[in-house]
Design a protein around this ligand. Structure first.
Ligand SMILES: *Cc1c(COP(=O)(O)O)cnc(C)c1O
Length: 400
């Protein structure tokens, strides 16, 4: 044959990737444990006895991390946003009214997904980097007929936490609403009790709190939501891939929906197994200790955090960038000189350091805080680095 398009000359990956991988300390993806990486390199048949056992365990472990007894734990081939879209597409009917509590970028995305299924999102904008006030939510719900409420547990974009999530979900239920919670960055890093808090759908991604790979996500529907909105739904959801009833054929009935992302599910299995081995209680403690120690170290160095303690998320720490300092220069210096990568932000002049999964380890904290301090210095900021490092050490050894 005559090739009418010539084979392109391609640079091999080893010449594109850095010789030494960067330590991923940004807002996700996060480093993955060796066991997760090894599982991710395996391909098996997506149907059959081996896969059925794996899926059975993923669901059982999922119920533990979501803290639910629901039989509707489902995986999705796709990003955290696909899990969000699956929750919305199956629970929100065209024409229904949804209160979308917006603290930032990701909670606004949920409103956009509601709009895309031809429903009517009503936004409750929460300003000033604060978590939502349950009373404000109640006032909105009293005002009109709503069918559902959406909110994030942790708003990764500006490092705000909806610390009163449990109050808000109960208020929403009292007003007859289904509640959809985005826990992409927070699941397994801080308490979330799906059944006790009466949440109807919890969404998570792989690459954040769970320390798995991006692209394979997990969500859970409550038994009530399944019965009310999914089991007997007459009008089919717009999205075939995200149709929960079709997904149920694979996740609960050992049959075929689409070819499951087998390697990613094996990786997720290992990530969840490591959560179970550690237990949620110990994992929450590790995350809180590490994040608070990092925050204390950053402040002792002379930098300021964006969010007041009362509304502050621990899973991602937002640091104000001093006026005369360029955030991009700091990040660039951190990557080049220290091989540590952290995140900027969407439109805000902050730097963000993740404290999710493998990021919350003492050795990663020392390396990251040192890299941050020394790169801020290189960008012209005057800091007390020894004070910051000493505070980190003191906090970690004293415990909470
Ligand atoms: C990262 C994130 C998302 C989106 O996840 P993707 O995997 O990028 O689609 C949604 N919500 C929150 C709170 C997040 O942190």
């Amino acid at each position: 044959m005559i090739e009418s398009v010539n084979a392109p000359r391609i640079v091999p990956l080893e010449h594109i990737l850095p010789d030494e991988p960067l330590l991923m300390m940004g807002a996700g993806p996060v480093p993955i444990p060796q066991k997760v990486a090894a599982a991710n390199s395996i391909v098996i048949n997506h149907l059959g006895e081996t896969m059925n056992r794996v899926i059975g365990q993923v669901k059982e472990m999922g119920r533990y991390v979501f803290q639910t007894t629901s039989s509707h734990v489902i995986g999705v081939s796709g990003p955290g946003s696909a899990a969000m879209e699956m929750a919305v597409a199956n629970l929100v009917l065209p024409g229904s009214r949804v209160l979308c509590i917006c603290n930032g970028y990701f909670s606004r995305r949920m409103a956009e997904l509601v709009r895309r299924v031809r429903a009517d999102p009503v936004l409750l904008e929460v300003h000033d980097n604060r978590g939502a006030d349950p009373e404000a939510v109640e006032r909105m719900l009293q005002d009109g007929r709503f069918d559902a409420v959406t909110l994030v547990q942790g708003e990764t974009s500006n490092t705000v936490c909806n610390t009163r999530l449990d109050r808000i979900t109960r208020i929403a239920k009292r007003h007859g609403c289904l509640v959809i919670v985005d826990a992409v960055c927070t699941l397994s890093t801080m308490p979330l009790e799906m059944d006790r808090w009466d949440v109807d759908a919890v969404i998570t991604g792989g690459q954040k709190g769970l320390s798995s790979i991006p692209g394979v996500s997990l969500l859970a529907f409550s038994e009530t939501a399944w019965q009310q909105k999914i089991a007997h739904r007459e009008e089919l959801p717009f999205h075939w891939c995200l149709d929960a009833r079709l997904a149920d054929q694979f996740w609960n009935q050992k049959s075929y929906h689409y070819t499951a992302p087998v390697s990613g599910i094996l990786a997720l299995h290992e990530a969840l197994r490591l959560v179970c081995e550690e237990t949620l209680t110990r994992r929450f403690y590790r995350h809180r200790l590490c994040s608070e120690a990092l925050q204390a170290g950053i402040e002792a160095m002379g930098l300021k955090l964006l969010v007041e303690k009362e509304h502050r998320l621990n899973s991602v720490v937002g640091i104000m960038v001093p006026q005369h300092v360029s955030a991009d220069r700091v990040r660039d210096h951190m990557s080049r000189a220290h091989k540590v990568e952290i995140s900027g932000a969407f439109g805000l002049n902050i730097l963000r350091i993740g404290q999710m999964g493998e990021q919350s380890r003492a050795h990663n904290l020392f390396r990251t805080l040192h890299a941050l301090g020394s790169s801020m210095r290189a960008a012209g900021e005057i800091l007390d680095m020894p004070a910051g490092m000493a505070e980190l050490e003191r906090y970690l050894s004293n415990g909470i």
